[in-house]
Design a protein around this ligand. Structure first.
Ligand SMILES: O=C(O)CCC(=O)C(=O)O
Length: 293
């Protein structure tokens, strides 16, 4: 298939019209930068020492190049695809089109944005969430035994996989705890600059919770994002970004012809408690300031 929008199969093309596509391109151009790449990386989980833990809490994130091996990546990808194609029921699948609009397995895959709540149903993915090396990293970062708070896979299909606007994960109710949660985002495909790899604002977690608004998603206001300090985090399959639940992060659209599939699992410390609705509103909405977006 050509990269030219006109020559794409319209059934596989995510944008409803040229205007929508132009808007997505403008967001990709103005809300992200592509010239600052995360350089400070650990090769393996075993390298996570006290200095790396200190850097994590100073920067709000950490990159580990080899967390899952090739066989674990292959098993995880197969498990996600089995869920997408309905071979396993139980996990939740979020589609960006109505099921009656989808006429082939390929169309179904390309319309799948998110798969979640899979670990109690899928042993291959449960093995990742409770991976000894991942739990050990989380225990070091959280300073106590970790508990799984959320399990997801985020799919950004070729030719139009949508942007995930800048946000803090703890602004999503199921991750709103009284202590920082830590997420791990594991690439299943190469996650690159042109297919929607993760982008982060180093140190942004230190300002605490920020108001979120329903704009293109539940997100930080575009005008409040420090795009000039954006750092992109390309990853090879099996590589991972670990990040604070308060870190500002987002992913641009995927205009390439490549898939970009990833697992994302969040952990809270075993002593962490959910925020009350009032605490949540104070931290993550504009109730205190009334500031509009
Ligand atoms: O994988 C992505 O595109 C974005 C993931 C993310 O930041 C989220 O879902 O909270």
């Amino acid at each position: 298939m050509s990269n030219n929008a006109q020559q794409r199969d319209p059934a596989l093309h995510a944008y409803k019209n040229a205007q929508q596509e132009a808007m997505a391109k403008e967001i990709a151009r103005t809300m992200y930068r592509y010239d600052r790449i995360a350089e400070d990386r650990l090769a393996t989980p075993e390298e996570l020492d006290n200095e790396a833990v200190r850097k994590f809490w100073s920067q709000g994130f950490l990159v580990v190049d080899r967390v899952l091996d090739a066989a674990e990546v292959a098993r995880s990808t197969e498990a996600i695809m089995d869920i997408v194609h309905g071979k396993l029921t139980g996990p939740k699948v979020q589609l960006v089109k109505r099921p009656e609009e989808l006429h082939s397995p390929e169309e179904r895959e390309l319309a799948t944005r998110k798969v979640h709540n899979y670990i109690q149903h899928e042993p291959r993915l449960q093995a990742v969430a409770y991976h000894e090396k991942i739990l050990a990293m989380m225990a070091k970062l959280l300073g106590e035994a970790p508990k799984v708070a959320q399990d997801q896979a985020i799919l950004k299909p070729p030719t139009g996989g949508a942007e995930k606007p800048w946000h803090q994960d703890m602004a999503y109710g199921n991750l709103a705890y009284d202590k920082s949660v830590v997420g791990i985002w594991i690439a299943l495909d190469p996650a690159e600059l042109d297919n929607g790899c993760m982008h982060v604002i180093p140190g942004s977690h230190r300002s605490g919770g920020a108001p979120h608004y329903a704009v293109r998603d539940w997100q930080l206001c575009d005008s409040g994002v420090q795009v000039e300090t954006d750092v992109a985090v390309p990853l090879e399959p099996g590589g991972a970004l670990l990040f604070s639940g308060l870190l500002h992060h987002g992913t641009p659209p995927n205009f390439s012809m490549k898939r970009r599939r990833a697992l994302q699992i969040h952990y809270a410390g075993e002593s962490a408690q959910k925020l009350s609705p009032e605490e949540y509103k104070r931290m993550f909405t504009n109730i205190m300031t009334n500031a509009e977006c």
